[in-house]
Design a protein around this ligand. Structure first.
Ligand SMILES: Nc1ncnc2c1ncn2[C@@H]1O[C@H](COP(=O)(O)OP(=O)(O)OP(=O)(O)O)[C@@H](O)[C@H]1O
Ligand code: SF4
Ligand SMILES: [Mg+2]
Length: 323
């Protein structure tokens, strides 16, 4: 683990037992996260990108120990969270906070905004009531809400304002890592930009570290330092943001990127939309070889036989293939 890496995930596997067939059929497993490795440096943002069902949320939940991992390591500040129990686990959990996609369903409708933000501090149990109230005042201002809004209930806020409450709550315990799981997908486009700007400003002001999940490369293009692209539980491409945007190597990344409207005129002129035909394979019954082979325009025989390993940031037998 390098010195400045704050979160280090190694060989993470999360699998779910699923029933196949009727009656007492044998259990099969769905490998939602299959041998995943990544590192997030302090003060930086790693984006995890991929289409629905690729395992982004499950990986994030496993980092926070909100889902059980089958195998692997999740080191935060050098401590493996997967082996903690009781009080140590409770303390460690407060160091990893979530901002969820839907700020309405993730906020308790019966609590006032101030109590929603207070809750994680109550759970942690190491602050006086005065300290908590001062922190709530501070956080409301930091996320752009007015002091008198502390008394209101979630339904009295707009979607963007509700997400601001979610952000204040995530910051309450001064976590080391904040996991943003599709934090703007449920919001109007104009509001999306405001929330992304707020997240960036808070990162700059407080040195926050984000794990930022999105199905949309467009959303993360101004939001991250590195990108991990997931497909069917695996990271298929991983590298610095600019490398991925300027020279995507994996056919799946190339296709995702071709769907991002470019502000750069020259790039827009030469880029063509790459459509991915077909559907992903059955996650419980994965094919041999590359999981993307049935949809990949560059697939060859070897792809259907041998599974490509992540090597030099890309898991593909023909990286950089012209599509
Ligand atoms: N509790 C569970 N039990 C069984 N299967 C699950 C469970 N949670 C997730 N899965 C499966 O694991 C896979 C990965 O799901 P996950 O929610 O992590 O994907 P995602 O990338 O976050 O997708 P989305 O963009 O839709 O949020 C999917 O096939 C999903 O159906
Ligand atoms: S390994 Fe083959 S099928 Fe898989 S992405 Fe690369 S070229 Fe396509
Ligand atoms: Mg998800």
């Amino acid at each position: 683990m390098s010195e400045d890496s704050l979160l280090n995930v190694e060989d993470l596997v999360v699998r779910f037992a699923v029933k196949r067939g009727r009656g007492f059929g044998k259990n099969a497993y769905l490998h939602a996260v299959d041998n995943v490795n990544f590192t997030v440096k302090r003060g930086e943002t790693l984006a995890i990108v991929g289409e629905s069902g690729s395992g982004k949320t499950t990986a994030a939940l496993a980092v926070a120990r909100l889902v059980t991992s089958y195998q692997g390591k999740v080191e935060l500040n050098g401590t493996d969270l997967l082996h903690l129990s009781d009080e140590d686990l409770r303390q460690a959990r407060a160091k990893v906070q979530f901002i969820f996609q839907d700020p309405y369903s993730s906020l308790n409708p019966r609590l006032r905004a101030s109590d929603i933000v207070r809750e994680p501090m109550d759970s942690l149990g190491n602050m006086t009531e005065t300290e908590k109230s001062e922190r709530i005042d501070f956080l409301f201002e930091a996320v752009g809400l007015r002091p008198e809004q502390q008394r209101l209930f979630p339904h009295q806020f707009s979607g963007g304002q509700r997400q601001r409450i979610g952000i204040a709550r995530a910051l309450a315990t001064q976590p080391d890592v904040i996991i943003c799981d599709e934090p703007v997908s449920a919001l109007d486009v104009a509001v999306q930009a405001q929330i992304l700007n707020l997240l960036r400003k808070l990162q700059k002001d407080f040195g926050l570290t984000y794990l930022f999940i999105s199905h949309d490369l467009g959303v993360v293009q101004h939001m991250c330092d590195s990108i991990a692209v997931m497909y069917m539980g695996k990271i298929v491409e991983y590298g610095p943001r600019l490398d991925i945007f300027n020279a995507p190597q994996h056919p799946y990344t190339q296709a995702l990127l071709s769907a991002v409207p470019s502000v750069d005129k020259a790039r827009r002129a030469k880029s063509k939309r790459i459509l991915i035909p077909g559907d992903p394979p059955d996650p419980v019954n994965l094919p041999d070889g590359c999981r993307f082979a049935n949809r990949c325009p560059a697939a060859q025989d070897i792809c259907r036989r041998d599974e490509p390993e992540l090597d030099n940031g890309v898991a593909c037998h023909f990286p950089g293939a012209k599509l």
